[in-house]
Design a protein around this ligand. Sequence first.
Ligand SMILES: Cc1cc2nc3c(=O)[nH]c(=O)nc-3n(C[C@H](O)[C@H](O)[C@H](O)COP(=O)(O)O)c2cc1C
Length: 302
Amino acid sequence: MLETDFCGLKMKNPTVLASGVMGCNAALLKRVAREGAGAVTMKSIGPKEKEGHKNPTVLEWEHGLINAVGLPTAGYKNAEKEFKELEKCKSPVIASIYGSSIEEFTEVAEGIIGFEPAMIEINISCPNTKREGQIFGTSPEVAAEVVKAVAEVCGKIPIMPKLTPQANNIAAVAAACEQAGANAICAINTLGPGMVIDADARKPVLANKFGGVSGPAIKPIALRCVYQIYEAVSVPILGLGGISNGRDAIEMAMAGATAIGVGSATFYRGIEAFKLISDEMKTWMKEQGVKSIKEIVGAAHD
Ligand SMILES: Cc1cc2nc3c(=O)[nH]c(=O)nc-3n(C[C@H](O)[C@H](O)[C@H](O)COP(=O)(O)O)c2cc1C
């Protein structure tokens, strides 16, 4: 009923652990897979060892989370042990990479392809230091340049840029990425930057002051982005942003997502989130007489 083929990744259900949320090491990622995730995404790996922002870095507010973790990474040169441990993972493992220049993206991709992840997610929601900090994914041309460069080094491993909702025209960014060689599109990363202020303390709560907003608050934006991307590309979409229950996941599939990412919901529902969401999807499908999840992908389109 929920079996999904996403770009050749065989998944028992369409749920995917989102990058950076919960699974920040191999042991946790393996546990999330055992607990029911159809696939798991590693925390984004960068070019060299980097500390993240100071605590507090993640905060729950009324309608979701806000985070300024700051992409801490051990760097691709120190990633071998984690990849080796993940060989026994029960679900396909998606590696996630980032860089601050096109050269850094290709350097990291080259550094990890030998570990043969099932797929490489390219986090283009980070700033390009060569263009005054402009987010790579806000420009179709720059996003396509990154994808083209990474595609050249990745060979047969499918690649999937992860888009930012900050783009003026996310459909145009997705189409440019497809043209440049993307095998799938992932949308969306966190929205923002946003800010939460503690009235009693009279100051921002995050040490970094500003952070990316995720969880239920961004679901309508994520659905709109996936809906527009579906109309612009023919490659499959991993849709995420505010998916907390089976009904949300069904809505995301109807917008056009073949695979469905779950991030912040693991804060509210725990590691069981993937199993709970899958069960809730099945219940809805049985009630509606839907036999396979494939039947409803894109169903909300005219
Ligand atoms: C604490 C935290 C850390 C994150 N780290 C990453 C990361 O390393 N790489 C990345 O591409 N996205 C990262 N994200 C974004 C999520 O993968 C996801 O795109 C976003 O949270 C929206 O999904 P959600 O509403 O289900 O959480 C992070 C999000 C959170 C909340």
